[in-house]
Every structure is written in C-alpha cells, then in structure tokens.
Design a protein around this ligand. Structure first.
Ligand code: 8Y4
Length: 286
C-alpha cells in the first residue's frame, strides 16, 4: 500500500516527512551546559555546539533554556529569555537550518519566533501557558504537542495508566480538536508520546513497542529517547554511555515506520542510521 505524502508546515518552511525521518539536534542553553562562570551568560558555546550539529547534518535545532528533567526547578521568564533569545538570534543569522524552541512560556516562544525560529516545542502540549496557542496561531509556527502526565515537578512521583497507549491517543485526539478549533492549522501539528514524562519503565516500553498506534492521526510523530533514564534502567549505564542504546531505540522506532522526527543529542550517528534506513527502505518487496 502506498503511503500518502506527509508534510509538516512550520511558517516559511515545509518539511517533507515522506522520504525519511528528520533529525532534531538538542541544544541545551542551561548554565550547567554552557556558562562563562559569571553573571553574564555567554551564548558563544551554545552557538558553537549548534553549528557543530549543523555540520553533523541536523535537520532542525531544538534550543531550550529550561531543564525539564524530572524534579528540575523552573526558570524565571527573564532568565530563560536571557539564555535563549541571543542564541536563536545568532543561529538564525548563521544557519538556514530551521530552529525549534523548547519552552513552556508563550513570551519566550514569541521572542524566539521574532528572532527567526520556526517551531514551538512545548512539553505541556500547549496547555501550560494560556497565551501559547495565540502565539502559535499568529506566527504560523509548527507545534510539537507532547504528552506529559502531571508537570515536570510531579510527573515521576507515581504515574499510573490502565492503558498508556489508549490514554495518550485520547490526549492527542483532544489536543488536535482544541488546537485546530483555536486556528492552528492541522498540518502544522506534530505529535510526541513524551517518553519519560510521567511514565514508568513499563509504560515507556509499551509505547515504544506500539508507536504505530499513533499513525491513525495522519500527523508527524516526534520521539525523544536520547540518553533518557529508561535506557539506564535496562542497560545499567550512566548518561554519558547511553548513545548506543539511544541509537538502537531510535532505529527500532524508525523501522516501525511510525516516527518522523528524532530528537537527539548525538546527531552524527543518528544521521548515519537514518541514511542506512533510507538506502534499505526502497528495496522492500511487496
Ligand atoms: C540527558 C539530558 C538525558 C536530558 C535526558 C534528558 C523531550 C522534549 C525533552 C521529548 C520533545 C530530556 C524538551 C528531557 N524531552 N521535547 N524535551 N520530546 N518534543 N532529558 O521527548 O531530554 S527534555
């Protein structure tokens, strides 16, 4: 059966997701990742890292200034703006690669879109800030609608589901209906099962084994597994040693044919894996 074309509209850029999955490279702009050690945040290191990801073949840069790790403290608006806006501004001048902004704050999204960003990656699924939907509508930005049970402070306390895939699918149904009603074009929406966001190991493995369940929406699906805790639970490895497991899971997801955007730290190996999948895929017999 021929698969229909799949496109993702993000302002002046439209991604073609029929041919191969996109690689989204993670650019963390937090003091623990890049800092001059003083009062003033130095965007140079973050920009240099992002440009390295561009050289490695990233299709999108996901710039974030607020750690969303379980239990992480929230970052005040002025501090988040001070971290990400200079980085997005500089990147928009120095690369044509589309930029995504990982934020829960409408004002951060708006300022980054003004600086040239294309995508809002909001881990609350645009439920966190009441102004976020308006920012998305007015800008025409692509939006990543991620599932999270609870909030970053509470999500890993004791998440429970009767049917995790069914509940996340119902969440997508509700969000797509609400967002399109408010004027966000359907073809600008990308869905994300939110790996590790209010899920125990069993929930994560169930989602990863059944990603095809989210294909019924006919929308792109983004997956973020890179270096996450569940990989450590299975392999016993700490974060710096989780690249091979991250890559393996990304490949298993892509091979299911149900993932279109891979959010990763390690762009170069992921890009190689995608190239290999792209070479093999057309040789499938009917
Ligand atoms: C090392 C450092 C290991 C950080 C794990 C982490 C997703 C996301 C995050 C995701 C989308 C993270 C912002 C969690 N995860 N956005 N953001 N999908 N769309 N933790 O899965 O990477 S932050």
């Amino acid at each position: 059966m021929a698969t229909p074309p799949l496109r993702w509209r993000c302002r002046r850029h439209t991604f073609d997701l029929s041919a191969r999955p996109l690689v989204m490279g993670i650019v963390n702009v937090t003091p623990d990742s890049f800092s001059d050690g003083g009062k003033f945040f130095d965007p140079t290191a973050a920009v240099d890292h992002a440009l390295k990801l561009v050289a490695d073949g990233t299709d999108i840069l996901d710039v974030g200034g607020e750690s969303t790790r379980p239990g992480a403290a929230s970052v005040p608006l002025d501090e988040e703006l001070r971290r990400v806006v200079p980085v997005v501004t500089e990147l928009a001048k120095r690369t044509a690669v589309p930029i995504s902004v990982d934020t829960m704050k409408a004002e951060v999204a708006r300022r980054c879109l003004d600086a040239g960003a294309h995508v809002i990656n909001d881990v609350t699924g645009l439920r966190g800030d009441p102004d976020m939907v308006r920012v998305a509508v007015e800008s025409g930005a692509g939006v990543i609608v991620m599932h999270m049970k609870g909030n970053p402070q509470t999500m890993q306390l004791d998440p429970n589901y009767a049917d995790v895939v069914g509940e996340v699918g119902a969440f997508f149904d509700e969000r797509i209906a609400a967002l399109t009603q408010f004027g966000i074009p359907r073809d600008s929406i990308c869905l994300d099962p939110g790996i590790g966001f209010g899920k125990k190991l069993d929930h994560t493995l169930t989602q990863l084994a059944n990603l095809g369940a989210y294909s019924r929406f006919g929308l792109p699906v983004c997956l973020g597994v890179s270096r996450k805790g569940f990989l450590g639970q299975i392999t016993g490895r700490e974060r710096p040693e989780r690249m091979p497991a991250s890559l393996a899971v990304a490949c298993f997801a892509v091979a299911q044919g149900a993932v279109h955007v891979l959010r990763v730290h390690d762009v170069a190996p992921t890009r190689d894996a995608v190239k290999m999948w792209e070479a093999i895929q057309p040789h499938r017999l009917h």
